[in-house]
Design a protein around this ligand. Structure first.
Ligand code: ADP
Ligand code: MG
Length: 334
């Protein structure tokens, strides 16, 4: 069953640099109980997409298209309904969210807060539930009496996850939620999140610049570049057998979780994503692409099913690359 659906979503910021098309026509679905990973370097529009779901974008952002949650149009929703949806329908754990905890309030109180506000429960019940939630994320319930500074970074991130889980949302969006943590803690927190998703049957959108992290945790992966989805498919396949040269380069830059040596010498990905206010005319990746052909400079490829081994296109693998669509290798042959 489809839980979340983006239909031709566009987000354009307007500012001193003029118009910035940060998200340019995204179509994407997430089923209930499914884990979707969204990968891409910094600046590719991942957080903009995430914030659009809960309408957390600044006023300067112009949004068009549709975002449906359980069939309900989030962009057309009134504020009252939206406030309810923000806790019980979908919740977001942001990058560095652990720094947004209130320094002078005990952890238990902060976890209980959404329950008091949104479920009109009694303070005693909310406090008990907060302790249960802390246990669920692997923290001793006694931590409810601690202040944020008494916790490690990994523990604070677990608290954020407990808060996101508080009102039993049907959808959780984790935007670089583990990026600030060290590799071992990152693996633990990711395991925790995917365990909770499996147990509860909620939908999870996990956003990371690191494709290897997503391939370990997610069912499906979508790779984003310059505001568009450029490849989509089973997460492990997208990582191990990329059908877009950008996914291949991203996978090569972060080959394996915990591979510290590789992190220090990211391979195969020189340069930066384009500035959204100055996008290339054809394929946005063409200037950095090792396999680009003439056509890539002039025309912008659509996201279409591509062959993955033989010559027939695989309906579950889509790529916005002319080379992949012809069934050709997307990595330069030596
Ligand atoms: P990612 O999460 O993939 O790093 P973002 O969604 O944060 O990407 O950013 C996409 C593009 O939008 C970037 O070029 C960024 O500079 C721009 N951008 C993000 N937020 C704003 C904002 N509030 N105002 C103007 N431009 C923004
Ligand atoms: Mg981001």
């Amino acid at each position: 069953m489809t839980l979340l659906e983006f239909r031709d979503l566009h987000v354009t910021y307007t500012g001193s640099r003029g118009r910035l098309p940060a998200v340019r026509g995204v179509d994407l679905t997430v089923d209930a109980g499914e884990t979707l990973g969204i990968a891409g370097e910094s600046g590719c529009g991942k957080s903009t997409l995430a914030m659009a779901v809960l309408r957390l974008l600044p006023k300067s952002a112009e949004v068009s298209g549709r975002i449906l949650l359980d069939g309900e149009d989030l962009l057309a929703m009134g504020w009252g309904r939206l406030r309810a949806v923000r806790w019980t329908g979908a919740s977001i754990v942001f990058q560095g969210a652990m720094h947004s905890l209130n320094a002078v309030q005990r952890i238990g109180r902060q976890v209980a807060e959404p329950l008091l506000v949104h479920e009109r429960t009694t303070p005693a019940k909310a406090a008990r539930r907060a302790e249960e939630l802390l246990e669920r994320v692997g923290l001793p319930p006694s931590r409810a009496r601690s202040y944020p500074h008494e916790l490690s970074g990994g523990q604070r991130q677990r608290v954020m996850i407990a808060m996101a889980l508080a009102c039993d949302p049907g959808l959780i969006i984790a935007d670089e939620a583990t990026t600030a943590l060290d590799v071992m803690v990152q693996a633990q927190v990711l395991q925790l999140i995917s365990g909770l998703v499996a147990e509860k049957g909620v939908g999870l959108v996990m956003i990371s610049h690191d494709l290897s992290v997503l391939s370990a945790v997610c069912d499906r992966a979508a790779v984003m570049y310059a505001g568009r989805i450029v490849e989509q498919g089973p997460a492990r396949e997208v990582f191990a057998n990329a059908r877009h040269p950008y996914s291949a380069a991203l996978g090569a830059a972060f080959p394996a979780i915990g591979d510290l040596a590789a992190r220090k010498r990211p391979g195969g990905l020189a340069g930066d994503p384009p500035d959204p206010s100055r996008l290339p005319r054809g394929c946005a990746f063409a200037p950095r692409c090792a396999v680009a052909v003439e056509r890539c400079v002039d025309e912008s490829p659509e996201l279409l099913p591509v062959p993955t081994g033989g010559s027939a296109a695989d309906p579950v693998r889509t790529s916005a690359c002319f080379v992949a669509q012809e069934g050709e290798p997307v990595v330069a042959q030596r």
